[in-house]
Design a protein around this ligand. Structure first.
Ligand SMILES: [Fe+2]
Length: 357
């Protein structure tokens, strides 16, 4: 459940965007809408057709910039429903951009502020994201994930207020140029040819020019979109920028982008566990990724690992008891038969996969 105040509304008073507070069932006990479902015009129409009288709705939360602010809390079911609705909204926005070549910047900013900012504050969000079952909507899910992860990293780096909101918005928009990449290349289930890769790489420049056409688009958003594939040693694209010539937001988004791409299932590649991603980020933090951003990320991301259930390479299940020494130490685990194994010392056993987070 979401920890916010609840009020009952008659169906005629409902508006799209309101969030259902508790599971709604039909007269014969079947679930109609789950807690956390975001109402759409279509769902409100269906409620009218089903003869539903009143619906419990979460009251909007005023979000003052104070340290005492209580973050939203989602259980897994509510998170998944809320997440899916958010991805659907991003998908609709991307579709309209590829059709009309016009970015609804104000609408997407609103989406970032109202739907994604709360996810950044939600306890356990890193684990919730790991347990999302990925669908064909990879580009849209990835945009939401990178927005949330950039916000989480930004907070760990001490960003707040409008600065943090801009970073989250930049994360949401970072791959907006992919709306211009032909779907057969974007969704190709396999390695891209050199020519296809060149077309794919253009999404940074295409995103920048799409945003440039919209008056008053904040410059930081345009720079983030253009630079999120630049790398600290100049090996990135499109301009081969180096070090601090790359905007700080783009350096944060790069880490969020790499982490999410590695921990997501793709048609052609099984996802990597977060423990292996930690090792990969550790290897990349001294040449291609920003070392300050990476060290903040590696320090904090380990907090989320304790309690995760994993499959070991010897076939046993185990719980992470301690995530391992910062920055890239391996975890201490406890198997279901009660044995403690320090994976840092016992190198012949490895973590094969994540079962639950
Ligand atoms: Fe990208």
């Amino acid at each position: 459940m979401l920890n916010r105040q609840v009020e009952k509304y008659s169906v005629s008073e409902l508006q799209a965007g309101m969030i259902v507070a508790e599971l709604m069932t039909s007269e014969d006990g079947k679930a109609i809408l789950g807690a956390g479902t975001v109402l759409t015009d279509n769902r409100i129409r269906l409620l009218q057709q089903w003869g539903v009288d009143r619906v419990s709705v979460l009251l909007p939360q005023s979000r003052p910039e104070t340290a005492q602010e209580t973050p939203w809390s989602f259980d897994r079911e509510a998170f998944n429903a809320y997440y899916k609705d958010t991805v659907d909204l991003v998908k609709t926005a991307f579709k309209s951009i590829s059709l009309f070549r016009e970015v609804p910047v104000a609408r997407m900013q609103e989406l970032a502020n109202e739907k994604i900012d709360p996810l950044v504050d939600a306890p356990g969000v890193m684990n919730h994201l790991l347990m999302i079952r990925h669908t064909d909507d990879y580009t849209f899910e990835h945009s939401v994930n990178v927005a949330v992860l950039s916000g989480v990293i930004g907070k760990w780096m001490g960003l707040k207020g409008q600065n943090l909101r801009d970073l989250i918005f930049a994360g949401l928009m970072h791959d907006i140029g992919k709306s211009q990449v032909p779907p057969e290349i974007l969704n190709k289930p396999g390695k891209l040819s050199a020519e296809e890769m060149d077309i794919m790489k253009r999404h940074t420049i295409q995103g920048y020019y799409l945003l440039k056409e919209v008056p008053r688009t904040p410059l930081v958003i345009m720079w983030s979109v253009l630079q999120h594939h630049e790398r600290m040693d100049g090996s990135g694209y499109p301009l081969h920028l180096r070090g601090s010539n790359i905007h700080e937001f783009a350096r944060i988004i790069s880490v969020a982008d790499v982490y999410d791409a590695m921990t997501s299932d793709r048609v052609y590649r099984r996802r990597t566990t977060p423990y292996h991603v930690v090792e990969a980020l550790f290897r990349q933090m001294f040449n291609v990724l920003d070392p300050v951003v990476c060290s903040k990320f590696l320090y904090h991301v380990k907090d989320f690992m304790t309690g995760n259930i994993v499959m070991l390479s010897d076939g046993r299940q185990a719980e992470i008891v301690h995530p391992g020494a910062f920055p890239a130490g391996l975890p201490l685990v406890k198997t279901t038969d009660g044995q403690f194994i320090n994976l840092e010392q016992k190198r012949d056993i490895t973590i094969y996969g994540l079962i639950s987070a």
